[in-house]
Design a protein around this ligand. Structure first.
Ligand code: B12
Ligand code: NAG
Ligand code: NAG
Length: 420
């Protein structure tokens, strides 16, 4: 009897292992997140390619009105804006979204035009690389260069290897302090390019970089009881660990520990959900080009989940300072504002600006992660100078944007004009 039970246990374990490699979240959790992500799509705003990519990777139904709208909008957006107004990274995300929707990014048809989006991406990636080689920093960020090379690699287009070699050197350099998010994207692209690299030196370099990044993630997960970076870098970090197994083998990944951190979090931001969903079904952006294009998927979904809870009526006081000691005329202004408990930092800034418009007026721009603060007190961040308004609380950089961060009573928030 005991023998039989043990035998069954081993058999079941083996089945679980071969079917899924062990790292898949419960189906109801996946459906719930997918539903929430789909519900976040706003037909008044521009379509977010990361959302379409995540829906496709997580096996969402491609026959829904939302899915069709996203795909159509993305094609139109590409034809209208890719060449002129998109950064290289945005073009790359659109390529990934199209690949995952079984569309050919070399021939995007919309608005009675046809565009070779791969050609556009190659050109923009060349511009990033030219600046990286000349000045040591790319036109935008290394994160975006990672996305560029990843999209080129998955589309089997030329031009992924050069950036990958540069990125591998960056992650191995002791001087570069790349964020978890950036290292995760780099790991994804290196794992893709590794399959195509022919030169031994190149393969060795990529392998060493992959080994280094994946082991640093595994070490951090172990040290911090499941967390790698912060909650919003978990999605990309898990995707990277999923995709780089053979580079840290025979070391094993305790994915259950990492997944439990994700399960314990109540995801609200569409971008955060879009980055974590693929990992929860055991996939990564590397699978974007390999989805079964003939299959029609049908999946019944659960009811939408409610958003934020109702706010309490109590009021709190928040101290707010804006500091520029970097550029032009320096300044350092402080104020204290009262807002309803549970208000976002954006609300605090709005109240400060209402009370003292001369000093605290600011502007924002809508982005994939929500409102991004572009200027305060007439001073704007700039990609050319690599400046931005950084937000801190008690000296620590916030891990959320102003549209979601909720200050506590008596908290002191600083906006500091900084470089990156
Ligand atoms: C590069 C980057 C930056 C760069 C962007 C500069 C540039 N010219 O590219 C800089 C250093 C300026 C930056 C700033 C901040 N960032 Co940032 N950033 C990233 C990173 C690594 C990649 C984004 C990217 O390039 N995507 C690819 C491109 C193609 O897509 P995109 O839609 O065009 O990307 C734009 C937006 O992402 C926007 N952006 C970048 N960061 C943030 C943060 C917020 C809150 C918003 C609304 C927009 C935004 O800038 C990108 C380029 O224009 C992500 C990591 C991730 N997992 O996504 C974190 C990330 C988005 N950032 C984050 C944070 C917290 C911030 C700050 C609030 C930090 C702070 N304490 O001040 C500030 C924003 C403050 C403000 N002024 O509103 C968090 C957001 C988490 C959340 N829950 O909201 C992330 C997820 C990192 C993390 N794991 O914590 N960031
Ligand atoms: C580690 O995580 C587990 C599961 O999430 C939790 O039960 C445990 O208390 C945590 N331990 C520490 C030291 O944080
Ligand atoms: C800003 O001014 C306050 C006093 O008003 C001071 O305590 C603080 O150190 C100043 N900060 C900077 C960065 O100059």
């Amino acid at each position: 009897m005991l023998g039989l039970t043990l035998g069954m246990g081993v058999l079941l374990a083996l089945v679980g292992c071969t079917a899924t490699e062990g790292c898949v979240a419960p189906q109801d959790m996946v459906s719930q997140l997918l539903q929430r992500l789909e519900g976040s799509v706003n037909f008044e705003e521009s379509a977010n390619p990361s959302v379409l990519l995540a829906m496709n990777l997580a096996g969402g139904d491609s026959d829904t009105a939302t899915h069709k709208w996203l795909l159509q909008e993305i094609k139109e957006e590409v034809v209208r804006r890719a060449q002129k107004d998109m950064t290289s990274g945005q073009v790359a995300l659109h390529v990934l979204a199209l690949l995952s929707s079984c569309q050919d990014p070399r021939r995007v048809h919309a608005l009675e035009q046809t565009l070779d989006l791969i050609g556009v991406l190659q050109q923009k990636t060349d511009e990033e690389m030219a600046k990286l080689e000349a000045e040591g920093i790319p036109k935008t960020t290394l994160y975006s260069v990672g996305l560029d090379a990843l999209a080129l690699c998955l589309a089997e287009a030329a031009g992924a290897q050069g950036p990958s070699v540069a990125l591998a050197r960056q992650v191995l350099s002791p001087e570069s302090h790349l964020s978890v998010d950036t290292r995760a994207v780099v790991a994804l692209v290196l794992a893709c390019v590794y399959n195509y690299a022919e030169l031994h030196d190149v393969r060795d370099l990529l392998q060493e970089a992959l080994w280094t990044v994946s082991n640093s993630f595994l070490d951090e997960q172990k040290e911090r009881n499941g967390t790698i970076g912060n909650i919003d870098s978990m999605g990309l970090a898990l995707q990277a660990l999923e995709a780089t197994r053979k580079f840290y083998a025979p070391r094993e990944w305790d994915c259950a520990q990492a997944f439990s951190v994700v399960y314990a979090h109540d995801y609200q931001l569409p971008m955060a959900m879009a980055q974590v969903l693929p990992a929860l079904v055991g996939r990564s952006y590397l699978d974007a080009a390999g989805l079964d294009c003939s299959a029609t998927k049908d999946r019944s979904l659960l009811n939408p989940v409610l958003g934020r809870q109702g706010l309490l009526s109590a009021r709190i006081q928040v101290y707010y300072s804006i500091i520029n000691r970097l550029q032009g005329k320096h300044f350092n202004y402080s104020t204290s504002v009262e807002v309803p408990k549970g208000s976002t930092l954006l609300k605090v800034m709005e109240v400060a600006a209402e009370e003292k418009p001369q000093t605290f007026s600011f502007t924002t721009e809508q982005t994939s992660w929500g409102p991004y603060v572009t200027s305060i007190h007439g001073l704007a961040g700039s990609t050319d100078d690599r400046t931005y308004w950084q937000f801190l609380s008690a000296g620590n950089a916030l891990e959320e944007g102003v549209g979601t961060y909720i200050p506590q009573n008596e908290e002191h928030i600083q906006a500091v004009f900084s470089t990156y």
